[in-house]
Design a protein around this ligand. Structure first.
Ligand code: IPM
Ligand code: MG
Length: 369
C-alpha cells in the first residue's frame, strides 16, 4: 500500500531554495521507486519570512511544521538581516522552530567518504575511516538559559549576560539518546563537558556517570571540551559517538564536519520526544554564492535521507539515496567545495541531475552511512 507523508519544506535564505529544489526532485524519483506518496508544502522562515511577514518564524509556518510528518529545512541568514534586533534575526526563527517543536536531540554525523579524502585539509592517514556521530543537546544550555540580555549596571556600563543551565531531566533525555545511538554504532560514547570549571558541567558529568550502568555494552569516556577540540584534529578515529550540550555541540560539530573535507556534505537530524523532526544540512546559507548555481546540494539531499531514516522510518529509500550520492561522487562529479584534480566540475542543478541519473539506473555500491 502506498504510504502517505506530508512534508513541510523550509527553503529559507541564500542557497537554500536551490539546494531544496534539487532535493525535492530527488525525493520525487525515490518516492516512485518505493511507493511513497509525498505531499510537499512550503513555508517561510529566516530572512525570507522577515521580508514577507516581518518576523523570522511566522506562527503559520510553525503550525504547518507541527501538522506535518517531517520538516525539511535548507538554511537561513544573510548579511542584510545581521543588524536587526535579535528577536527579528533569521537565527531567532531557527531557535524558535527548535523550541516550538521540542527538538532536543540534534544528530550530526561526520563520515568521511573514501572518494573525498583528498578534500580534507588533514592528512589522509588521520582522516581515513573517520565516522563520528555528534549528539548535540538543542533546546537548552546557554542558548536558552535565563537571565539573558544586555543590561546596564548601576554605573551605567553595559553588561552582556547569558546563562548556561541544565536541569537533570534535560541532561538525562539527551544522554539516553547518546547511549542508544552508541549501542547501534560501535559501542563507544564520549561525553564532552567543562566539569573542571563549570557547575552545570559537573551536574552533566554526574548524570552521565549515574546512567552508565544501564548501558554495560557501551564504553563511556569523558573529555573536557578544550581537550575534545584538540583530540578531534589530533586523532579523530578515537571517536564513535559524542554527546554534549548545546554550545559545545555547536562548535565541535563544525569542527568534526570539516574533518570530512567539506561542510557542504553533511546532513543533520533534530528530533523531539514525539512529533515531526527537522532535517537540515549542517552548513549555512552561503549568501556569497547564492543564486549562482554553485552550491553543493548533497548535504541537503543527505538530510532528506536522514528524514527517511529517522523521521519516516523508510530505511530502504534512505539507503538508496545515500548510495546514489556515493555513486555520483564515484563517477567524478564535484561542486566547487569538493573539487580536486581530474574530477568533473558541476553546478548545483547538474549535480542533482547526475544523482537522478544514478538513482534511475539503480546501481548501488553497498556503502552504508
Ligand atoms: C547551527 C547553527 C545555529 C546554531 C545558528 C544558525 C543559530 O550554527 O545549527 O549549528 O548556533 O545552533
Ligand atoms: Mg553551528
Amino acid at each position: 500500500m502506498t504510504k502517505q507523508y506530508q512534508i513541510t519544506l523550509l527553503p529559507g535564505d541564500g542557497i537554500g531554495p536551490e539546494i531544496m529544489a534539487v532535493t525535492v526532485d530527488v525525493l520525487k524519483v525515490v518516492s516512485k521507486q518505493y511507493d511513497l506518496d509525498f505531499t510537499f508544502e512550503e513555508a517561510c522562515i529566516g530572512g525570507a519570512a522577515i521580508d514577507q511577514i516581518g518576523e523570522p518564524l511566522p506562527a503559520e509556518s510553525l503550525e504547518k511544521c507541527r501538522r506535518s510528518d517531517a520538516v525539511l529545512l535548507a538554511a537561513i541568514g544573510g548579511y542584510q538581516w545581521d543588524n536587526l534586533p535579535r528577536h527579528q534575526r533569521p537565527e531567532t526563527g531557527l531557535l524558535r522552530l527548535r523550541a516550538g517543536l521540542g527538538l532536543f536531540a540534534n544528530l550530526r554525523p561526520a563520515t568521511i567518504l573514501p572518494q573525498l579524502i583528498d578534500a580534507s585539509t588533514l592528512k589522509r592517514e588521520v582522516v581515513e575511516g573517520v565516522d563520528i556521530m555528534v549528539v548535540r543537546e538543542l533546546t537548552g544550555g546557554i542558548y536558552f538559559g535565563q537571565p539573558k540580555g544586555i543590561f546596564e549596571t548601576e554605573k551605567g556600563e553595559k553588561r552582556g549576560v547569558n546563562t548556561m543551565a541544565y536541569k537533570e531531566s534535560e541532561i538525562d533525555r539527551i544522554v539516553k539518546v547518546g547511549f542508544e545511538i552508541a549501542q547501534k554504532r560501535r559501542g563507544k560514547l564520549c561525553s564532552v563537558d567543562k566539569a573542571n570549571v563549570l557547575d552545570v558541567s559537573q551536574l552533566w558529568r554526574d548524570r552521565v556517570t549515574a546512567m552508565a550502568p544501564n548501558y554495560p555494552d557501551v564504553e563511556l569516556t569523558h573529555l573536557y571540551v578544550d581537550n575534545a577540540a584538540m583530540q578531534l584534529v589530533r586523532d579523530p578515529k578515537q571517536f564513535d559517538t559524542i554527546v554534549t550540550g548545546n554550545l559545545f555541540g555547536d562548535i565541535l560539530s563544525d569542527e568534526a564536519a570539516m574533518l570530512t573535507g567539506s561542510i557542504g556534505m553533511l546532513p543533520s537530524a533534530s528530533l523531539g520526544a514525539d512529533g515531526p523532526g527537522v532535517f537540515e544540512p549542517v552548513h549555512g546559507s552561503a549568501p556569497d554564492i547564492a543564486g549562482q548555481d554553485k552550491a553543493n546540494p548533497l548535504a541537503q539531499v543527505l538530510s532528506a535521507a536522514m528524514m527517511l531514516h529517522y523521521g519516516l522510518n523508510e530505511p530502504e529509500a534512505a539507503t538508496n539515496i545515500e548510495q546514489g550520492v556515493i555513486q555520483v561522487l564515484e563517477r567524478g562529479y564535484r561542486t566547487g567545495d569538493i573539487m580536486s584534480t581530474g574530477m568533473t566540475p558541476v553546478g548545483c542543478r547538474r549535480m542533482g541531475e547526475a544523482l537522478i541519473e544514478v538513482l534511475s539506473s539503480e546501481q548501488v555500491l553497498g556503502f552504508r552511512f
